[in-house]
Write a protein that binds this ligand. Structure first.
Ligand code: COA
Length: 383
């Protein structure tokens, strides 16, 4: 079979309008702008409005990425949403996005790898394209972290933010795109950074303790110091691994886009790698830690600032709960003039139509159920 390369041909981001500064946080917990900025590099973060969900954020980012790629939703074969904050276990966030986009020929699923989710998803999609089973894919990192924070815990609530970022991958026989990836995990560190699922279904026979999976709140729990140490080690090791795999050296890399957790973590990793900080792209100051969304959000800003040119090698490196970590080397192939989406506004009409088609499909199912007179389990009605 001919080798297919998965090229990034579109990118898009969405950040909720509402921003919250460190000073605002100091009014709800015992903290200060100085403490937060010195320890993390964060000044502000975006917080989703009540009507926004992980799926609506993801949709906005994906629609923008498709506009840059100049691709119709019906051309998309695969949608992966990397998230730790889905509204439902099922339907997946990806299925909701599939519906909002009207991507009628796409497979869709969510991927759980915490803050490494974007790098994991990129590799899953790139491999699907490399084997020829998929041609075009959308990879989205989307999070509403504000919904899983304990807003009275100053050690975690100051760190995170909401947002979504997406890339469109397209198969091509031209070498480039996702060139090498390393993915790793270590479940022995599961307790260092966790977000419990809550089961609300009481099991009276088994006793009350079985009603909540042993957890009483689905909020983030973190051992900050241990996570810090883990992160600085794996950023360095995974960048070294992926460069070896791609047969490149640090000098061949134009830009490293790390998961945006904390400026000090990146500075320590850069020192370990003996690489200048100028090679690391950072926007954590404005967004906080947006988990799986942080790398594509940073990519959007890097492109907007002209930090990537055709044939540049860019490294994405992620790390987070699980524990999980991974890195990808991508050969950037987009020329600056191709990066400006055209006719963006009228393209949004297709998403209004997609919502209409979705409503019609639901109505059609109801009508079919009435007309056929079948009961829900598909058995013939009794005569
Ligand atoms: N404002 C003011 N003080 C705070 C605070 C806040 N927001 N959060 C914690 N503190 C206090 C602690 O209570 C502690 O006080 P004490 O000495 O009186 O007990 C003190 O600051 C030091 O706490 P510590 O947790 O040791 O701070 P730290 O230097 O390790 O910094 C983090 C804390 C969270 C910033 C740091 O550990 C970190 O960045 N870890 C990685 C987190 C991360 O990126 N996670 C996501 C990875 S995907």
């Amino acid at each position: 079979m001919m080798t297919r390369y998965a090229h990034i041909v579109g990118w898009g981001c969405y950040l909720p309008d509402r921003t919250v500064t460190n000073d605002e946080l100091s009014q709800i917990v015992d903290t200060s702008d100085e403490w937060i900025y010195q320890r993390t590099g964060i000044r502000t973060r975006h917080i989703a409005a009540a009507h926004e969900t992980t799926a609506t954020l993801a949709f906005e980012a994906a629609a923008r990425a498709l506009a840059v790629a100049d691709m119709h939703p019906s051309q998309v074969d695969l949608i992966i949403v990397a998230t730790s904050t889905p509204a439902y276990m099922f339907p997946s966030t990806a299925c909701l996005v599939q519906d909002y986009l009207g991507a009628t020929k796409a497979a869709a699923f969510d991927l759980s790898a915490a803050c490494s989710g974007f790098v994991y998803a990129l590799q899953m999609a790139a491999q699907s394209i490399a084997t020829g089973s998929m041609r075009n894919a959308i990879i989205i990192g989307s999070e509403t972290m504000s919904r899983v924070l304990d807003w009275s815990d100053r050690s975690t609530c100051v760190l995170f933010g909401d947002g979504a970022g997406a890339v469109v991958l397209k198969g091509s026989s031209i070498p480039g795109g996702v060139m090498a990836t390393t993915l790793r995990s270590d479940g022995s560190g599961a307790d260092l950074l966790s977000l419990p699922a809550l089961y609300h279904n009481p099991v009276p026979v088994m006793g009350a303790e079985f009603s909540t999976n042993g957890h009483h709140k689905n909020i983030i729990d973190m051992d900050g110091r241990q996570v810090y140490r883990f992160a600085t080690n794996v950023i360095a090791s995974s960048i070294q691994d992926v460069l070896r795999q791609a047969e490149l050296t640090a000098d061949d890399i134009a830009l490293i886009i790390p998961h945006q957790a904390n400026t000090r973590i990146i500075e320590t990793a850069a020192k370990k790698l003996k690489m200048p900080m100028e090679k690391f792209y950072l926007n954590v100051e404005h967004n906080g830690n947006t988990s799986a969304a942080s790398i594509p959000l940073a990519l959007c800003d890097a492109v907007r600032e002209g930090r990537l040119k055709p044939d540049d090698n860019v490294v994405f490196v992620g790390f987070g709960g699980g524990l999980t970590w991974g890195a990808s080397v991508v050969k950037w192939g987009v020329r600056p003039q191709e990066a400006a989406p055209s006719g963006n506004e009228w393209k949004r009409v297709r998403y209004v139509l997609a919502r209409g088609r979705s409503r019609l499909r639901r109505l059609q199912r109801k009508v079919e159920a009435i007309v056929t007179g079948r009961s829900d389990n598909g058995k013939e009605p009794e005569r």
